[in-house]
Design a protein. Structure first.
Length: 721
């Protein structure tokens, strides 16, 4: 074990500040001159660059190995660098985007995917990822909703923790795991009007109740790093937000891991207008013990030394921050082996291996959501003629945003997937139109209609492009871009056996499509094995079981729309949705209910819920209630069902959500099988934030239901004593 304190003792202040600085990979592998190129932009001289603590982004292990080797030769303190990258949903083999993974409701599968990503990342020379992203969000206009697991606190927390456990494994020294970094602390998902980088205004109550729990769950799961968000929360950017970074994170939560800024977040304190210059920006971030400065500028190196000399900060604080970074390196085993399993052989063995592709395919199957099915699906493999129509018919750009080192050319298209599964079918591919915003060109419809007419089945392959969601990609509309909905309408008119497969990184407004076609399978961005997964799902080799993790609105005006809202004083009977009743909570030009509620998702099986039972109708502080429900697969198709338990706290000192996911289990069923699914309810699950922002439960009546949001069934009541 390295003696970290002894290492720190031998370091100069500049050495230490370089240790807290992260540079981009291109600084080390690109232009060799300090006068031009990325090196020049880093603001650091060669001597400083020799002492840098961490690097962001490498394309392959050769670069990583070369740069680490040179560093170990040149760094006077011989401290290996830690290499980080956004391994968000896969490294080279890409699995579905996190929002899709949320729809799988399968934490074990999430872990398996992250372990796979870690193995590939280790081979490629990466030691840490900037994930999980657990920003709670309710606004589909925000492009980054694709990175989190949706609008439910419990699901987002469990999925966040599963990612931490999956990436980090049992022991970071095992050379199969990488360090995880929870981001973006806190509340970034509340961006006003879904516009990326805008400020977030959240009451402490709402922040604590909905936004903070998932970050905390990741910390409890042992996450190694945390990234504050670069936007403004209640007037103060998180990087400079004392309440958030010191009072909540360090004091209340006792977080002991590394804090790394987001990209340029420190220098952007100047752009936000909370620091007059980089000197002040450095002071604000350092005061919050943001340990590592990520890229672009080097404001710690350039400013903090002087502040320590002047007594603004102590060297003791600097040492504490450096120690955290060195501890991370020690945990990763970098002092024993700075290369940590990176090799071209390991890359060859791991990248896109049969096993990894199988995991990615299974994940895509488990996260797809069957939104509608009037009986057209599953398709028969005896079909003779299939028309694949739409921009995604034979398109390999379906990995999704943030797909790390994944490559489109290694991704299976729908056409390739179907060709492989039903080799005897005659497949016609017609694009019909683009999915460019504002494209009104319908000249491709004619060929598409012709193909539809002569085919037994049409698969419409529609959606957003993969770069129409993700960072910086906010939208003011949520429709299928271009004339895709019109195309669908025309096609469905000439062929009633038309099914739609829809792609997106966010919930879309699919009402028009819903009215046009008899079946919709929403596949999100499914990753490398997308086409194979889609083929399996369409032809019944896989049975859809995903449930949507984020509400699909009817129209953009409903945003933000989410299932776990509070009651108003004027709530309307949902049966009357769409009818305008004066002085009630209603839009006068639309219903209040969404197109598809949180938890919606069909299957080729038919699950019937019977007999919800509570072991007692009262609960004490240290007691428990067993809740059981019988679920019957009333069909001849084996399948999986996400059994959900919802609650409502009827009277409390703050208005409670009218429905709130309390627990869920994903259960496998044989054809015709009946199973008793059991949950345990204890008092801590009933806690909420009271008007003093204390996390408490209050005695009174609670409702327990099964079903899913807006479609609850079998409600029972119990009393918390
Ligand atoms: C994003 C982070 C990401 C970082 C590094 C930033 O723009 O907000 O989520 O980890 O870039 O790529």
């Amino acid at each position: 074990m390295a003696d970290l304190k002894a290492i720190i003792l031998q370091m100069s202040i500049e050495d230490k500040l370089c240790q807290l600085t992260q540079c981009c990979g291109e600084v080390f592998i690109g232009d060799g001159s300090v006068a031009t190129g990325p090196k020049a932009r880093s603001g650091l001289n060669d001597e400083m660059l020799n002492k840098i603590g961490s690097v962001l982004n490498f394309a392959n292990c050769d670069d990583a190995i070369k740069v680490q080797k040179e560093h170990m030769e040149n760094d006077p303190n011989k401290i290996p660098m830690v290499f980080m990258m956004d391994v968000i949903h896969g490294f080279r083999t890409i699995y579905p985007i996190p929002l899709a993974m949320g729809c799988s409701f399968d934490t074990e599968l999430m872990k398996e995917c992250c372990q796979m990503a870690s193995r590939e990342a280790v081979a490629g020379g990466i030691h840490a990822t900037f994930g999980p992203m657990v920003d709670y969000s309710r606004d589909a206009r925000w492009g980054r909703v694709m990175e989190s697991c949706g609008e439910d606190v419990l699901l987002n927390s469990r999925m966040g923790a599963a990612q931490v456990e999956g990436f980090q494994g049992e022991d970071l020294k095992d050379k199969k795991s990488i360090a995880a970094c929870v981001k973006h602390f806190a509340g970034y998902g509340g961006a006003e009007a879904g516009l990326d980088y805008t400020g977030v205004e959240l009451s402490e109550h709402t922040l604590r109740e909905f936004y903070l729990p998932a970050y905390k769950a990741c910390i409890d799961a042992g996450v190694s790093l945390l990234m504050p968000s670069f936007n403004v929360l209640n007037g103060v950017p998180s990087t400079a937000n004392k309440w958030l970074m010191q009072d909540i994170l360090k004091k209340e939560w006792d977080y002991k891991g590394v804090v790394i800024s987001d990209w340029a977040a420190m220098s952007e304190l100047v752009d936000h207008g909370v620091a007059k210059d980089e000197n002040e920006a450095a002071r604000l971030a350092f005061a919050n013990e943001v340990d590592i400065e990520m890229c672009v500028t080097a404001i710690y190196v350039n400013h903090i030394g002087k502040m320590i000399e002047e007594g603004v900060f102590t060297e003791e604080q600097l040492d504490r921050m450096v120690l955290r970074v060195l501890e991370l390196k020690e945990k990763l085993g970098l002092f024993e082996d700075p290369y940590r399993g990176a090799s071209a052989d390991a890359e060859k063995r791991e990248f896109l291996s049969e096993k990894n592709r199988e995991i990615a395919r299974r994940a895509a199957e488990e996260s797809a959501v069957l939104l509608k099915n009037d009986g057209v699906l599953p398709l028969s493999k005896n079909i003779k003629k299939i028309a694949l129509i739409g921009p995604f018919a034979d398109n390999n750009a379906i990995k999704g945003f943030w797909s790390c080192n994944g490559r489109d050319e290694e991704t299976v298209t729908i056409k390739q997937g179907i060709e492989k599964l039903v080799p005897n079918a005659e497949i016609t591919v017609v694009k019909g139109c683009t999915n460019d915003f504002g494209d009104k060109d319908t000249s491709g419809f004619k060929a598409a209609i012709k193909a539809a007419k002569k085919s037994d089945i049409v698969v419409l392959c529609l959606g957003e492009k993969q770069d129409q969601s993700g960072e910086g990609n906010s939208r003011t509309t949520l429709n299928l871009p271009g004339v895709q909905s019109e195309l669908a309408k025309e096609i469905a008119k000439v062929n009633k056996n038309t099914v739609a497969v829809t792609f997106s990184g966010r919930p879309l407004t699919l009402g028009e499509l819903h009215e046009s076609v008899p079946a919709i399978l929403h596949i999100w961005f499914p990753g490398t094995e997308g086409g194979n997964a889609i083929a399996n799902l369409l032809f019944g080799d896989a049975n859809p079981c995903g449930k949507i993790a984020m509400t699909f609105p009817k129209n953009v005006g409903q945003c933000p729309i989410y299932y776990n809202h509070r009651s108003t004083g004027r709530m309307k009977d949902p049966e009357l949705d769409g009818q305008h009743i004066m002085y009630m909570t209603n839009y006068i030009d639309s219903g209040n209910l969404p197109q598809y509620s949180f938890g919606h998702g069909l299957s080729y099986s038919n699950f019937v819920y019977e007999d919800l039972k509570l072991s007692s109708d009262s609960l004490t502080a240290d007691g428990e209630i067993k809740v059981s429900v019988t679920v019957h697969n009333d069909s001849d198709v084996a399948g999986k069902e996400v059994v959900m338990l919802y609650m409502r706290d009827l009277v409390a000192s703050t208005a409670r959500p009218i429905q709130q996911l309390l627990d869920f289990k994903k259960v496998c069923f044989e054809a015709g099988e009946r199973k008793n699914v059991e949950f345990t309810v204890r008092e801590p699950q009933l806690r909420f934030y009271n008007p003093e922002n204390k996390h408490v439960s209050e005695p009174g009546e609670f409702l327990i239901s099964t079903g899913y949001a807006d479609h609850l069934i079998h409600t029972k009541k119990f009393i918390l004593e």
